[in-house]
Design a protein around this ligand. Structure first.
Ligand code: NI
Length: 133
């Protein structure tokens, strides 16, 4: 792809924030940092739409919580057509982690993740994503 150069005007505070971001993420220059930010934003936008994406939903929870496992299972059966696979880890006596691999329309995966993460007793939940088209 052709590289296009352009000038950018922005507040000193924003520039400082950009430089800090570049340093923290070990980018060698501002262009690289900006490129990364834009492509990340593109993926985030895609996530809200009907594009095909793949990703994972990570859930951490105490499996003793009343009805929690049943609700998670019910939801996953309801969305079976976008679930590729799931892994369950028993961390200790109480705590579990489940990683659910998903692929489908971005909006559907977001909907599923929101519902799973909202189940009472879920301590941490996160949806990650990448393009799949
Ligand atoms: Ni477990």
């Amino acid at each position: 792809m052709a590289i296009v150069r352009f000038g950018v005007s922005l507040e000193k505070e924003l520039l400082d924030a950009l430089d800090q971001y570049a340093e923290e993420n070990h980018f060698t220059n501002r262009s690289q940092a900006i490129r990364h930010l834009i492509s990340q934003n593109n993926v985030a936008t895609k996530w809200q739409c009907n594009n095909l994406v793949a990703g994972s939903i990570t859930l951490v929870f105490n499996h003793h919580k009343r009805d929690l496992m049943k609700k998670l299972t019910d939801l996953q059966h309801h969305y079976h057509d976008v679930i590729l696979s799931s892994l369950h880890f028993h961390f200790d006596k109480d705590l579990c982690m489940e990683i659910i691999a998903v692929k489908g329309k971005a909006a559907v995966l977001t909907e599923l993740a929101d519902k799973l993460i909202a189940v009472k007793g879920i301590e941490h939940g996160k949806l990650t994503m990448s393009r799949a088209d």
